[in-house]
Design a protein around this ligand. Structure first.
Ligand code: MOS
Length: 705
């Protein structure tokens, strides 16, 4: 086939593109799961336990069933039986809802009230009387909890490391920094609460859901409800934030499917914001001990990092905080430990840069403490400990430009003028300080499929089960496909978030764009070959067009091992009022190296969003657990503070050019790295301002001095 000569065009990737769905979003035309009307829709409202441990003794359904509009009350006594073993990454018993009378924590789903309207369902849920046989509970996490144990092997677990001779190294060190750092429970507050609609249509289960990966959700639902995978279709056109909370835990989705299967009508379940504080996987508290042994010039002999976090009694999720210490700095010896203790609390889960965010707070704070002890500039200290290869893995780096990030950031931030002494700069009543921290995040890629159709009208349709959780993924994929097809982005239609499109990696692990791009590139190559082999020209295509498919599963398996991470350097300037304890961040700068940046506009958004969260983690976010009841004292947005506009100063984010070849797209992923190191940069700046070291987050007013 002869294709028309391509008009002169520049590469779409690397140039700014506004979001494809931006207009629909700002005009309100874009509908989220909770907004979409469905005929005959019934509404489910979750009832969650008020006790921290025990058994359900009774559920008084009669009163509620007599209320206006109430259609059903699902509870462990009448629920559908689910198949054990389902889960996104191994079996997750959090999905086994209403299967028995056990209550493992406050906020566990114990019933679903279904009614004609959402208000009627809510009224029914409020009126439902459930009695419990309570048992003593333990929700108090501490670093020396007797129940702490090694983590179970899992695809996510970072194995303990014993490398070299840490004890000899510490004995030979001129300086040892030995500190404990703690971070509190932190909670997801995506703009759009979790929501799912389920209905049976022509023998297929159709689910509209707010999630980070429709294919994965479809697989989980098929397993849980013992259905053929092809009979389940999950879609999620628009998603208002996810950050790790929309993939692993699906109480609303599971119960919507159960209710529609029982009631034979469409059912929607939307979580309340309070329910998000116990059901979608929060970041657990961490207690971390970091021991750095160094020579007098700051060269590290030993890195020890022990991290402990609570999990639930339902399922083990351990915060993998040693991810940071195993890749950042060279040392002769490493001792890395991850410990976990099951408590009567909700199961933690992924939250933006799981492991990396709290791990970087501890390690990057400890590096700042070491810099002060040995009298070496914090940036010079990091340069001095730059490894040649993966410090623990020994693998070559696919690319590593931490040094360039630190140097470029130092130049732009004005670091050279910094007086290293703490507590000496003032601006009126404010004490001023600056701090730096290094960032890193793993840059992986997962198996995906994609299909591209050359349409008879000369346009192209790309189908990939990507999710756009507000990141601009849809737009970036349009740029990638346009370049792969050598056409303009306007002639490419992007269809995402439909499990019928097939296997794809989630919008998670900062792996989405790289994984989907690889499949799209492969499909584009296959399509162009197919078109070249056809007689005639584009006008002669059949009405259904010509489609090529790609699947990267085998390509992925064939790669050599590399240590592949994005890196960055974060800088913060703070002002501290010693009278009130108020901390104001005056500016932040982040310089990152994350391989190919597809869309500078949305990339900057992701960095700034992550850095804002780092600021929020440093100064505001803290779940306060009331150990008497086992519930949260501040499980809503009134009590749980997240940084608001007035808290956020000038934040600048930029990146350096980096050519990485670990996956053919050259993309390392950048959705999570912005939060990594952010809290440490702020905490280090608070130390520089005041001379007071903060090893416990958040640095709230009463803790400052
Ligand atoms: Mo992310 S916490 O892998 O969505």
């Amino acid at each position: 086939m002869t294709t028309p000569a391509a008009p002169p065009r520049t590469s779409a990737t690397g140039t700014p593109h506004t979001r494809r769905e931006g207009r629909a979003k700002v005009t309100g035309e874009a509908r989220y799961t909770g907004d979409i009307p469905f005929a005959e829709l019934a509404h489910g409202w979750l009832v969650t336990s008020t006790v921290a441990r025990g058994r359900i003794r009774s559920v008084d359904t009669d009163t509620v069933l007599a209320m206006p509009g109430v259609l059903a009350v699902l509870h462990p006594g009448n629920a559908l039986r689910l198949t054990p073993g389902a889960g996104l990454m191994g079996p997750d018993a959090n999905l086994q809802l209403l299967q028995d009378d056990r209550v493992p924590h406050v906020g566990w789903p114990v019933a679903l009230v279904v009614a004609e309207t959402q208000e009627q369902a809510r009224a029914g849920a409020d009126a439902l009387v459930i009695t419990y046989d309570e048992e003593p509970h333990d929700t108090a996490f501490r670093a020396d909890h007797p129940g702490l144990r090694p983590t179970a092997p899992s695809p996510l677990a970072m194995p303990d490391v014993d490398q070299g001779d840490p004890d000899a190294g510490l004995a030979a060190s001129a300086v040892v920094v030995d500190r404990e750092y703690t971070t509190p429970e932190e909670f997801h507050n995506a703009m759009e609460p979790h929501a799912a609609m389920a209905r049976w249509e022509n023998g297929r289960l159709e689910v509209v859901d707010s999630n980070q990966g429709s294919y994965a959700v479809a697989q989980v639902l098929a397993k849980l409800f013992s259905l053929d995978a092809d009979t389940v279709r999950v879609r999620s056109e628009h998603v208002g934030g996810g950050f790790g909370s929309k993939g692993l835990r699906l109480p609303h989705t599971v119960l919507a499917v159960m209710a529609t299967t029982i009631l034979h009508r469409p059912v929607r379940v939307v979580l309340t914001r309070r329910q998000m504080f116990s059901l979608v996987g929060h970041r657990p508290a961490t207690a971390q001990r970091v021991r750095l042994g160094a020579d007098a010039d700051g060269r590290l002999r030993v890195v020890e990092h022990e991290t402990a976090s609570p999990t639930s009694t339902v399922h083990e999720f351990a915060e993998q905080s040693t991810r940071h210490s195993r890749t950042l700095y060279a040392a002769d010896a490493f001792r890395l430990r991850t410990r976990v203790v099951p408590l009567d609390v909700p199961t933690p889960g992924f939250m933006r840069a799981p492991g990396w965010a709290p791990g970087s707070f501890a390690v990057e704070s400890a590096m700042d403490e070491l810099a002060a002890e040995v009298g070496v500039d914090p940036i010079a200290l990091r340069l001095r400990n730059e490894p040649e290869a993966g410090p623990v893995s020994g693998l070559p780096f696919s690319s590593r430009n931490l040094v360039a990030c630190l140097e470029e950031g130092a130049r732009r931030f004005g670091w050279a003028d910094r007086d290293p002494r703490p507590g000496v700069r003032r601006d009126g009543r404010w004490l001023l300080g600056t701090g730096v921290a290094a960032s890193a995040h793993s840059a992986g890629v997962g198996a995906s499929t994609a299909a591209i159709t050359a349409e008879a009208d000369g346009t192209y349709t790309v189908r990939v089960t990507a999710a756009d959780i507000g990141t601009g993924a849809r737009t970036a994929l349009g740029q990638i496909a346009a370049d792969a097809l050598e056409v303009s982005p306007e002639s490419v239609r992007i269809r995402i978030a439909d499990s019928d499109f097939g296997l794809a990696w989630l919008a998670g692990g900062s792996m989405g764009t790289a994984s989907w791009a690889w499949a799209i590139n492969e499909a584009a190559v296959a399509l162009r070959k197919k078109l070249a082999d056809l007689p005639g020209d584009m006008a002669d295509l059949p009405p259904e067009g010509v489609t090529a498919h790609a699947d990267t599963t085998e390509l992925l398996a064939a790669r050599e091992q590399r240590e592949s991470h994005g890196y960055g350097a974060q800088f913060a300037e703070v002002a501290v009022d010693p009278a009130s304890g108020e901390v104001r961040v005056r500016r932040m700068l982040g310089i990152f190296a994350v391989g190919r940046v597809v869309n500078p506009l949305t990339a900057r958004n992701q960095f700034i969003g992550g850095m804002t969260w780092g600021l929020s983690m440093a100064l505001h976010e803290e779940g306060v657990r009331d150990d008497a009841s086992g519930g949260l004292a501040n499980g809503d947005l009134a009590g749980y503070h997240v940084a608001a506009n007035a808290d956020v100063p000038l934040i600048e984010a930029d990146w350096i050019e980096e050519h990485d070849t670990y996956n053919p797209s050259g993309i390392k992923g950048l959705g999570e790295i912005g939060i990594v190191g952010g809290a440490a940069a702020v905490a280090n700046a608070v130390w520089h301002a005041t001379g007071v070291r903060h090893r416990h987050l958040p640095i709230s007013l009463e803790r400052v001095l």
